[in-house]
Write a protein that binds this ligand. Structure first.
Ligand code: FMN
Length: 411
């Protein structure tokens, strides 16, 4: 028997089946033993040979192959995670009603592990009351249904129903595997949280800007995990070259001044504001409308800088909503904890996530380590690990501070 986590990748007959190949690659390359169970319709889009070669496992759509191994029961029983991606409207209906007329639907009935559906279909199919009721039924029973993305659908149409980016689904699956049943706990349900991510760019002239190395990955991980825990999420993204997380409202901004405006607007009804974006402290005093030229053979221009608004201090002081929890980040290169404590006191936020950064540390990496400092004096070290894991620890600390009003709103 394999010691790797066993994942069943169910693929139903949507045009996005080809994107599930990338999800499969990510799962196998990160050490999972993946058994692909397509439907007959899915094989119209991607053939069994592709699934078998990419997974290294046999592929069948029906219960009548290898009957001596009783696959219609065994595959589901042994799985650590079942993920159906894409999940068609038809597959959601079958799963909601407990039908079992092929190998995938049988597997869904025998699995006792977390089950994730990543639906993809045209907007009309997604919004149809039948589909919505089936999704609600599945969620009520504990299945995790990822909200489809908004964007280009098959052909020229756009709208809600797009298959989320495979990297997003992979991160979601990895999180469910790491946290098990806890991942299904919607402890942020009923809340609105605002997350800033990326790094601001302060334009100097039409071709140049002052920027920083922040990739936005930590902020995006925060947005994804909050959405997975049931929050309504507004992600304020400053120049991050990352796909929009599924089920998250994304607002794109460029400069610190634009970010400030977006934060103040979104924070008006927010229960928590997490400022993970790297905001430039300074910007050029003057924006040159034409490209700045070299000054003769050896000269160089002098750039005067002015201070940018301190968004974290402003939001911490104002708290547009009573009981709002404000979280800041401190990226430090030395004297990390002492600088972090001083910053927490100076800014007036509830939590400050302190991490050490450098050219090859943290920025752009998939992993991170940090200490979460709290205004009440507590310190929570989070060991080196995926940015998703740090994000979850931050939301744990936020959830503790949301107070009784939030507890009453929980389903
Ligand atoms: C070209 C094409 C694309 C399709 N794309 C989707 C889709 O994205 N989502 C969906 O729910 N159904 C889609 N369908 C319809 C399904 O294939 C159909 O409902 C089928 O019965 C699903 O079977 P399954 O759920 O067993 O895989 C598509 C059909 C065709 C011909």
């Amino acid at each position: 028997m394999s010691s790797k986590p066993e994942v069943v990748l169910g693929v139903s007959g949507g045009i996005a089946a080809y994107k599930a190949c990338e999800l499969l690659r990510r799962l196998t390359e990160s050490g999972h033993d993946v058994r692909v169970v397509p439907t007959d319709s899915a094989l119209h889009f991607v053939g069994a040979a592709t699934w078998s070669a990419l997974s290294g496992n046999p592929v069948s759509t029906e219960v009548w192959d290898s009957v001596h191994e009783v696959p219609h029961v065994r595959i589901g029983q042994h799985a650590d995670l079942v993920i159906v991606a894409p999940a068609t409207a038809d597959m959601l209906a079958k799963a909601a009603h407990g039908l079992a007329d092929d190998l995938l639907t049988n597997t869904l009935l025998t699995a006792r592990c977390p089950v994730v559906f990543a639906p993809a279909m045209h907007t009309e199919m997604w919004e149809h009351p039948a589909t919505q009721e089936n999704v609600a039924t599945l969620r009520r029973r504990g299945a995790l249904v990822i909200e489809p993305a908004v964007g280009r659908l098959t052909g020229v149409d756009t709208g809600k129903g797009r298959f989320p980016d495979p990297a997003e689904i992979f991160e979601y699956a990895r999180r469910v595997l790491a946290r098990g049943a806890a991942a299904a706990t919607a402890d942020l349900a009923g809340t609105h949280v605002v997350v800033s991510a990326g790094g601001t760019r302060e334009p100097l002239d039409p071709v140049r800007f002052l920027g920083n190395r922040s990739s936005g990955k930590q902020g995006y991980a925060l947005a994804r995990t909050a959405a997975a825990r049931g929050a309504r999420v507004t992600l304020l993204s400053a120049n991050a070259a990352l796909p929009d997380p599924a089920g998250v409202d994304v607002v794109h901004v460029g400069t610190a001044v634009q970010l400030r405006e977006a934060v103040l607007k979104a924070a008006a009804d927010a229960d928590a504001v997490v400022m993970a974006a790297a905001v430039a402290d300074f910007r050029p005093a003057v924006y040159a409308p034409g490209k700045i030229k070299k000054q003769g053979d050896s000269g160089a221009p002098t750039v005067e800088l002015v201070r940018n608004p301190d968004i974290l201090a402003e939001i911490s002081g104002e708290r547009p909503r009573v009981g709002q929890v404000v979280v800041g980040f401190a990226a430090e290169t030395d004297d990390v904890l002492a600088n972090g404590r001083a910053k927490l006191a100076r800014k007036g936020c509830d939590l400050l996530v302190v991490n050490e950064v450098g050219e090859r540390r943290t920025f752009g990496a998939e992993e991170n380590e940090a200490v979460i400092l709290a205004a009440d004096g507590s310190e929570t070290p989070v060991p080196y690990g995926p940015k998703e894991a740090l994000a979850d620890r931050i939301w744990d600390e936020v959830a503790l501070r949301l107070g009784p009003a939030h507890a009453e709103r929980l389903p």
